[in-house]
Structure formats: C-alpha cells, structure tokens
Ligand binder design. Structure first.
Ligand code: SAM
Length: 279
C-alpha cells in the first residue's frame, strides 16, 4: 500500500485539480474565519492553504507578489502611502517596502492568524514586518476603505482570497468607488482578478466596475502562476489618469533584485490575449 501523501485542490466546476507531493503536514488550525493549513511539499517548499485553496508556495509566490505590487507602484509617479487589503502572508508588503519612496505601507487583513502563521512558516515573506514603515490592522478591508479619509493613499492593492465570503465585496463597484475616493489625484488601484482562462468574465467585470467607479484608465496584467487554477493569473488595475502608457520606466529599470517583473515586462504583461480584447 502506498504511503505517499499528496495535497490536492480540486477545481470541481472545471473537472480539474492540482496536486503537490507532501512530505509533512506542518500545521493545521481553524481560525475564526478559515481553516489554515501548512504543508512541507516535495518540490514547491512550504505551502499555505486557506479553506483548502492554495494561497502561497515558497517556489512560485514571487510571480504573484511582484506582479501585485511593482506595476502599480511604477505607474504612480510618487507612491508614498500604500494600502494593502488582505495579503496576510505579507509577501506583497515585502515587495511594497522594497520601494524606497514608500513612506507608509498599511496592511489591513481580516484574519490575524494568517499573518501569525506566515511569520512562523514563511519568514522570508515576513522579513519586512518590522520595518518602521509597516502598519498592521486586523479588520475588514471593505469597512476600512469606506471609512478612510479622502485622498489618503497613493496606491491601493487588493491581495484577497477568491470573490466569495468576506472577499466578495472586494470585487464590487461600491468598493471600487470607495477606493477611488480614498486615492489621491494620481492614485492607482490594483486587485487580484483570478485566471484569464477560467474566469475571463470576472476580469471583464472587474474592468467594467473600475471604469464605472470613475477610474479613467483600466487594464489588467497577465502572468504565470503554477499553483493557482490553470497556472495563469491576472491582476486588474484602475488609474485616476487617462492611460497606462506613462510609468516610471527609468526607475523600473534601476530596480534590481526581482525574479519576474522588469521594465519591458511591465508593458508586455498588459497585452491581453485575443479572447480578452474589447469587442
Ligand atoms: N495570493 C492569494 C490568492 O490569490 O489566492 C491571496 C493571499 S492572502 C493570504 C488573502 C487574504 O485576504 C486572506 O488572508 C484573507 O483573510 C484576506 N481577506 C479576505 N477578505 C478580506 C477582507 N474583506 N478584508 C481584509 N482581508 C480579507
């Protein structure tokens, strides 16, 4: 009898699944919000799942975290005040704080346990948690943005779980309107928007809702992500300007140490596949 242990995330509605070979279950708990599990995998390092869905692996999280932060931060001419909604594993916070212009990065995560567990099992993602510019609030991000002062932030990053449960409202026009209000004149909003292959309608919906909320320019970036459904992911951006052509190209070229994002890729990642081009 085989004693092999595999973690499997089933995408029931698509008749598909992702499996990672597991060496050991490192941690399991039920927080007030979700089931948090940590596995040591054979070839993807440490894996975090929430309610059975992959959030982060050591091996491929750099793709997602770099693409959730650097395009938005280099589009903004001077990103000083950044708000991260969700992002409990702290990987996005780490990328944001690599930008010397950032004076304050506020992370608003619903579930403090996700962050505490990440501190224990993903120390590299949490290496900037004690940076003097990092501020943590463990509460609902929707209410946080609704109550924020107008023009309080330069960039808002929505690093959320899938659009169900407490994260569903993070994909609504009403929430995007609140973000628009909370952003300064040249503010940029970016939110994870799922798989182009499996959730094209959601990407179109995020784009349409951001435009409806007032953002003058709306576009998405596309990037590979092995451990998320279909291995292909997206983030959708709204800008309080008229287009995405202008970005701090020279600064992006001088920003070394990334494993995926770079200045030429900044442009390339915004090119949509034919099936997502506007009709
Ligand atoms: N990279 C991941 C992905 O796309 O699968 C997301 C990572 S991060 C761990 C997602 C976080 O969003 C979770 O820790 C969850 O608790 C948080 N979250 C969900 N809804 C939220 C809300 N309304 N306000 C703040 N945080 C929220």
């Amino acid at each position: 009898m085989s004693t092999e242990l595999w973690y499997t995330e089933r995408y029931e509605e698509h008749g598909a699944a992702l499996s990672l070979k597991v060496r050991e279950v490192l941690h399991r708990e039920q927080s007030p919000y979700q089931r948090i599990e940590i596995f040591a995998t054979e070839s993807f390092g440490t894996l975090m799942t929430l309610d059975g869905l992959v959030m982060v692996t050591d091996r491929d999280n750099f793709l997602y975290h770099e693409m959730m932060s650097h395009p938005a931060l280099f589009i903004h001419p001077a990103p000083r005040r950044v708000l991260i909604i969700g992002g409990g594993d702290c990987g996005t916070l780490r990328e944001v704080l690599r930008h010397p212009e950032v004076e304050e990065a506020v992370m608003v995560e619903l579930d403090e346990r996700v962050t505490r567990v990440a501190e224990r099992f993903f120390p590299l993602l949490c290496e900037k948690n004690h940076d003097r510019r990092a501020y943590f609030h463990f509460t609902d991000g929707i209410a946080w943005v609704q109550e924020a002062e107008a023009a309080r932030y330069d960039v808002i990053i929505v690093d959320s779980t899938d659009p169900v449960g407490p994260a569903a409202g993070l994909f609504s026009t009403e929430f995007y309107r609140a973000c628009y209000r909370a952003l300064g004149e040249e503010g940029v909003l970016v939110g994870q928007s799922e798989s182009p292959l499996l959730h094209a309608d959601l990407i179109r919906q995020c784009q349409a809702r951001m435009a409806e909320a007032g953002f003058g320019a709306v576009n998405s970036v596309y990037f590979p992500q092995f451990s998320y459904p279909s291995g292909w992911w997206s983030a959708t951006l709204g800008r309080k300007g008229l287009d995405f052509d202008a970005f701090r190209d020279a600064d992006a070229r001088a920003f070394t140490g990334n494993r995926y994002y770079h200045a030429d890729l900044h442009r390339a990642a915004q090119v949509a596949p034919a099936f997502l081009l506007p009709a």
